[in-house]
Design a binder for this molecule. Sequence first.
Ligand code: PMP
Length: 396
Amino acid sequence: MFEQLKPVPTDPILGLMSEYKADTNPKKVDLSVGVYKNETGDTPVMRAVKKAEQIRLETETTKSYLGLAGDVQYNELMTSLVFGDHATVKANRIKTAQTPGGTGSLRVAAEFIKRSNPNASIWVTNPTWANHFSIFGAAGLETKEFPYFDFDTMGLKFDEMVSTLNTVPAGDVVLLHACCHNPSGMDLTLEQWQIVADISKKQGFTFLIDSAYQGFGKGLDEDAAGVRLLADQLDELLVCASCSKNFGLYRDRVGAFSVMTATAEQTEIAYSVALNVIRAIYSMPPAHGAAVVANILSNPELRALWEEELQEKRTRINGLRSYIVEKFKEHNVPGNFDFIAKQNGMFSFLGIDKEAIQTLKDDYSIYIVGSSRINVAGVNKSNADYLAKALATVLN
Ligand code: PMP
């Protein structure tokens, strides 16, 4: 039976990661995978996480099953982190389940959507995080794209986006990134969130918000402003959150799936469906990472430390964005890269062609994914000149 199987090509980003590891050039630069790096190119465990883990080691009393929804305290804390002290939270219209990472949350969302409307299509930004297609496809949902990023202006194609959303029917789902859009770094303004909220009221489609970078853009509350605007005004909403980046818990797999409906009673029903979906996929989420997050968010001292560390990351990324633009100017990289300083989060497109990307890898050991998306956090004071000089040579 297995002889019929055909090999599946490696995910291009994961492939680049292995090539980078094997590269012996001491000047090599990795701008590919979406992991935060500090000034020395490392991704250390956050101090607040280390402290919370110490507490957990001393206070954990059982390894017995956690339950389908995971850690109840974590679920409540994540509801407030994402939605704030919101009227709908108080009205019990939102319920959250702990999931294995943002990916696990998106898969639960996909199955949940399939149960709600087997014929639903899910609309994603063009471009979007490539795994969205695999996750929704695996649940048997058709994925469609709407215009989002404009490679000519390196900004949003907002008018085209609005025209397409005006054709999306009731029963379909529109996925937006809460902040720090992956891969473009271009986010909606609050006015634009209001416009799309109004379109959904008119059309009757439902939003699914992918929130993988809360705290990496402008601030914890600022990055959730779009989600909260929708939660304020709409009857129904799904949110998939990830703690991989903002708590640096990548490999511990910590995420959350939230469902909001028009009434507390309806939310109980929807939540029972979500738990039933979870039972059939992985039964229960892993305990460790979510317990660490719950420890941090519920302990004022640890929470303050975590917010401080998160702010350090955010400030570094935003500083790097202007620094990259400056360095590119200093070394006469052809083109205007000012847009990098205006975008949010870890990613931006350089807008360079595949040939240039290949030469950067072959001749300079600079690793960038094929779409020209760079991880801004991979740049630092010791490699920025090298990167800018290489780009100037390759593009001239
Ligand atoms: N959504 C987006 C847009 C992402 O960039 C990522 C991480 N690359 C995720 C979801 C999922 O993250 P994880 O499963 O690692 O929590």
